[in-house]
Design a protein around this ligand. Structure first.
Ligand code: ADE
Length: 248
């Protein structure tokens, strides 16, 4: 899978992917990350990527020409399919959630455009981007940190990037509910002990404890997720009993 990033700060992508899971994926040839400097697609002496807003007002906007040219150059150079997603990172976009991450992971190429300044010329939104994505309801200085988040979330779903399939299959959100609490050794750390059932070796009881702990945690922290989660009759009965007790 190939990620193509357009940014005025290409150096921001060096250290996040210099180590860790995505780096290994790149080394193994499972992922490619191509970072392109938007200024390379400017033609004026100052290599400007921003300009004033028609009609007046404070702040500058990303100019359309270098972004259109940048995307066209990526398409030509890397022979990307005409329908490869072109994603604008912007706080005005659709909130990034795991189902959309999974959809992006099914693509061969993603083109990401990082904004700066007050935003984009509207023609970029209407005629170049296929998606506008926000990573949350807060404002960053630009789209770079958001693009890094998107690349990491998508890259870890590319087969082979994360060690065993199991570890992405059980992720919170992928299963529709939050992950249950987990423990490693020692069983007693400064008097803080691991729930006995987990040391029992009784796999059926352990599974039931885990499922219930997941459901309890989801009800407490993210009850909204339960609306779309796949729940068995037993799950629903357990959740009803928790609600009766008042969320214990
Ligand atoms: N650019 C600035 N803020 C952002 C956000 N929250 N998500 C995506 N891109 C952004």
């Amino acid at each position: 899978m190939r990620f193509h990033v357009l940014t005025i700060f290409p150096g921001m992508f060096d250290s996040p992917f210099a180590e860790g899971v995505v780096h290994r994926g790149i080394d193994a040839g499972l992922i490619e990350l191509h970072v392109h400097d938007i200024r390379d697609y400017t033609h004026d002496r100052h290599r400007s990527t921003d300009d004033y807003t028609f009609g007046g007002g404070p702040g500058m906007l990303m100019k359309p020409e270098p972004l259109f040219e940048g995307v066209e150059s990526i398409r030509a150079k890397h022979d990307t399919p005409e329908n490869a997603p072109v994603i604008l990172l912007t706080p005005q976009g659709e909130r990034l959630k795991q189902p959309l991450v999974e959809k992006f992971a099914g693509e061969d190429d993603l083109i990401l455009i990082c904004g700066r300044y007050e935003g984009f010329d509207e023609r970029v939104r209407e005629n170049l981007a296929t998606h506008e994505i926000s990573i949350g309801d807060y404002v960053l200085n630009g789209g770079e940190a958001a693009a890094i988040v998107l690349v990491e979330a998508v890259a870890r779903l590319v087969p082979g990037v994360v060690g065993s399939d199991e570890s992405t299959r059980n992720d919170s959100f992928t299963t529709g509910v939050l992950q249950h609490p987990q423990y490693t050794r020692p069983a007693d750390f400064r008097g803080m002990t691991v729930p006995k059932v987990l040391l029992s070796g009784d796999h059926a009881r352990i599974e039931q404890w885990r499922r219930r702990a997941s459901l309890r945690r989801t009800l407490q922290r993210r009850p909204d997720l339960l609306e779309d989660a796949e729940l068995s009759r037993e799950d629903r009965e357990f959740l009803d009993s928790l609600k009766e007790e008042g969320h214990q």
